[in-house]
Design a protein around this ligand. Sequence first.
Ligand SMILES: NC(=O)C1=CN([C@@H]2O[C@H](COP(=O)(O)OP(=O)(O)OC[C@H]3O[C@@H](n4cnc5c(N)ncnc54)[C@H](OP(=O)(O)O)[C@@H]3O)[C@@H](O)[C@H]2O)C=CC1
Ligand SMILES: O=C1O[C@H](COP(=O)(O)O)[C@@H](O)[C@H](O)[C@H]1O
Length: 598
Amino acid sequence: MASLSSSVTSRSYRSGYLGSFSPLKGSNRQRPLSFLSASPRGLSSHELCIRFQRNSTRSSVFMQDGAIVTNSNSTESASSLKGLKEEVLSVLSQEAAKVGEGSDGQSQSTVSITVVGASGDLAKKKIFPALFALYYEDCLPEHFTIFGYSRSKMTDGELRHMVSKTLTCRIDKRANCGEKMEEFLKRCFYHSGQYDSQEHFTELDKKLKEHEAGRMSNRLFYLSIPPNIFVDAVKCASSSASSVNGWTRVIVEKPFGRDSETSAALTNSLKQYLEEDQIFRIDHYLGKELVENLSVLRFSNLIFEPLWSRQYIRNVQFIFSEDFGTEGRGGYFDHYGIIRDIMQNHLLQILALFAMETPVSLDAEDIRNEKVKVLRSMRPIQVEDVVIGQYKSHTKGGVTYPGYTDDKTVPKGSLTPTFAAAALFIDNARWDGVPFLMKAGKALHTRRAEIRVQFRHVPGNLYNRNNTGCDLDKATNELVIRVQPDEAIYLKVNNKVPGLGMRLDRSNLNLLYSARYSKEIPDAYERLLLDAIEGERRLFIRSDELDAAWSLFTPLLKEIEEKKRIPEYYPYGSRGPVGAHYLAAKHKVQWGDISLDQ
Ligand SMILES: NC(=O)C1=CN([C@@H]2O[C@H](COP(=O)(O)OP(=O)(O)OC[C@H]3O[C@@H](n4cnc5c(N)ncnc54)[C@H](OP(=O)(O)O)[C@@H]3O)[C@@H](O)[C@H]2O)C=CC1
Ligand SMILES: O=C1O[C@H](COP(=O)(O)O)[C@@H](O)[C@H](O)[C@H]1O
């Protein structure tokens, strides 16, 4: 086995050792393995970690002296492991033949990542730091180059300086951080150009080719620019700077239009230059760790899936709140409002994942098919089932916080909602009659994103008949998936207070991530960038999902905007408009985030 290990080492499949070990499950056996990466990094020379994918499940195996080592709770039988080993070896040798090897023993493919709009807020705040984190974790391919592209005039050195200010290292691996940053920054370059200039993209292409040095080139363009220039940039990138011998992919940031019509127009324009499978529409909430965990929780625990229906679930709540306003982004925000900014994408995507039927497999298309079915089964949203609000100035502790329209970039008298609450329904057999409540707001009292599942009360509950200190019709079980901050999954249960008497209490069975795992949780952008590089589409939005999402919200938005509905004003830093409580009460629901034992 030493020979296999060293031959793979010499091919420098350096990326991809994520340290995870998840043995293949028998149910996934029907489709062939596809190779992702292999790495001896951090392991001794007779050990190797290989990442691969079957359907859309990515797994890793450790091979030690030629044998596959599984963890203690593996369900793989000895004979299936032997089959797996043969399959892994065969995939590795095919991969080696495909990639080829230069005379210097280096692999022949390269990935060039161009951040279009590199001078902007998102690029600085999220994209470059995420790329560095991937580099730091050895997840980027051996040959990669990063280019910043925007109109601002900058030298490579100035871009590196700008990027360096936002880079941080993972808490658990600060050791060689400075060195890694230096190495990373050396791989970053800049090209200044207009977004609609074929000539400037041709210049970029020339520079990319110099860096690619004749290797097979794969190119990823991240459009971190305002939406009105998406199409110009895609047109120029695809006609003047796409790869001639590898893949070309484009990550598109939201907003994907303002309504059904503009979204369809954007999709049609993009498809003049790109195939659907080249377009990666990002919704960064799908890359959040706890959103990823939603399906794992449901489909890998027997105790949840049987309860996941109208029979046991009373209501589901999707709550997003931020404790700051739109300061600095007022110009963008006023054109969209909270319903388009958060509900139509982030919260609706989570809802679709939550409510979908069991997909045939973890394959991207199987999952996205199920999500689309949920979206298409949704009842049109009634305007009476929606509350909108806007924050106003508020003074607290001697500090005055500005109202939404105090921002100079917001038109005076704007009616754009900065808060919305809505009751939605899925008209299918599983969810008939179950209210799915959404609430999203800016400038509220806290920053939080969570999913709350409130279960029905226990029929004929014995403990209701006695004076046990608890109203068990109210104290029902609740499952909370706290997406951020302080990621956690907890289940509220009723239990007996210890002692000789019989009093009941509510407690949390709590999986608090920071207590359970010492490893820092990766940022959503890291996962999504890595997926785009690896061609994994599961966490990106397909065009029919987007159409279905807009079909749901467009009539509502038109009605609110055409009728110039006045938002309910709420003080900066408060819990939002009281109307949200009436809306919940109308559907016999109490928001979980306002109860005393949250
Ligand atoms: N910032 C965030 O937190 C989030 C942003 N997004 C989306 O990501 C994308 C990028 O966001 P963000 O970085 O905040 O955007 P910015 O407004 O910072 O714009 C990015 C860059 O685009 C160029 N640019 C800005 N306005 C124009 C214009 N009118 N015409 C031509 N070029 C322009 C500027 O570069 P230069 O002048 O150098 O060319 C700017 O640095 C947007 O689509 C946004 O909606 C999505 C989620 C969150
Ligand atoms: O897409 C957006 O998301 C951010 C919130 O993202 P988070 O990861 O920090 O929770 C929001 O502030 C912004 O308005 C919106 O466009």
